[in-house]
Design a protein around this ligand. Structure first.
Ligand SMILES: NC(=O)c1ccc[n+]([C@@H]2O[C@H](COP(=O)([O-])OP(=O)(O)OC[C@H]3O[C@@H](n4cnc5c(N)ncnc54)[C@H](OP(=O)(O)O)[C@@H]3O)[C@@H](O)[C@H]2O)c1
Length: 304
């Protein structure tokens, strides 16, 4: 995900309408932990290394990279966060009080980590100011087609001068993530729902696609033709919806009396398709809520 964001910032001009005109950073430092990731990054971004817009280091340089930056994107695995953020050198680089350092913006994309849990882990000293924002991209970021939720800071956060995130930094965050797709502003209490709608929907749709393709193959179409057909239909339908087409009207436009689409839809309705999809979303959100509270095995379907 870090590579996708860096790629968007370095290479993409503008993929979709940007929601903000905030100037974006022009110099970047990336750090990774392993030698193999270091080599991968260095070869992928070789052309940028020579223009000095980018430096790539191992995690031993985390302190230096954070110290020299004003905006830090936290993109490691959620399970690595406790060891990373409780490391005294990372913590001191992020939370140095003025005049040693001006306040930094930490943008976390780690699933399941709330702003308050990150702040609790870091526990910045009283005299320091650290702004924390949470953003949640999805897998389509890898082709700069993400929908990324930018979590709006809660009222409680905005009431305190120490934690209040300036509007300019929210715009900056939107600007960064609009380089890898679209952004949407979401309240903290809506993030678990977004996690499923934005994050799980690609997998839900992939299962629907598999079923459609199997149906096509069962009725005589080649697998590749069926897969390409459904994928292009998805892209076209997505563009129609993004263009403002209402899903109910789209359905009505495609259903003529006594026709094949209506016949197929009747079967989906008989099987409780809408109810099942709605329940899948609700189950996913319930699991996401539990994960956020550190509850293990909250997924009822995963219980032994
Ligand atoms: N993948 C998704 O679709 C998706 C969607 C939304 C949000 N997210 C969130 O995005 C984050 C990254 O996910 P991912 O799939 O990109 O994971 P990933 O492929 O495992 O990437 C994590 C990166 O963090 C690096 N890292 C770990 N510890 C580090 C440290 N102490 N210092 C510097 N770098 C360190 C790792 O380096 P090494 O490779 O050298 O170990 C790796 O390059 C996660 O928090 C995830 O919840 C992912």
């Amino acid at each position: 995900m870090g590579i996708a964001i860096l790629n968007g910032l370095l290479n993409t001009t503008t993929t979709t309408e940007s929601t903000t005109n905030t100037p974006l950073p022009t110099h970047f430092s990336a750090t990774v932990r392993s030698t193999s990731s270091l080599t991968t990054l260095q070869s992928q971004f070789q052309s940028h290394l020579t223009t000095s817009s980018l430096t790539i280091h191992s995690s031993t340089h985390n302190h230096a990279a954070i110290t020299s930056a004003s905006t830090i994107i936290l993109a490691c695995d959620p399970t690595d966060i406790p060891s990373l953020l409780s490391d005294p050198s990372t913590r001191s680089a992020l939370c140095s009080p003025p005049p040693t350092s001006s306040p930094k913006l930490l943008i976390s994309i780690a699933a399941g980590w709330t702003v308050s849990s990150l702040r609790e882990l870091l526990s910045p000293p009283q005299e320091s100011i650290l702004y924390i924002l949470r953003a949640l991209p999805n897998i389509c970021a890898t082709i700069s087609q993400s929908i990324t939720a930018i979590e709006l800071p809660s009222e409680e956060v905005q009431l305190s001068a120490r934690t209040r995130v300036p509007q300019a930094l929210i715009s900056l965050t939107e600007g960064i993530f609009s380089r890898i797709g679209r952004t949407v502003q979401v309240r903290a209490d809506q993030m678990d729902t977004f996690t499923v709608l934005g994050g799980s929907t690609p997998a839900f749709i992939a299962v629907f696609v598999e079923a459609l393709v199997d149906g096509g193959v069962a009725m005589g179409l080649g697998r590749e033709e069926a897969r390409m057909t459904v994928a292009q239909v998805l892209r076209g339908t997505g563009d129609l919806l993004l263009g403002g087409e209402h899903p109910a009207l789209l359905k009505e436009r495609g259903t003529s009396p006594g026709g094949c689409t209506m016949g197929g839809l009747c079967v989906l309705e008989e099987g409780g398709f809408r109810g099942l999809v709605g329940r899948a979303v609700r189950e996913g959100v319930t699991v996401a809520e539990g994960m956020g509270r550190g509850v293990g095995l909250v997924n009822g379907t995963g219980r032994k």
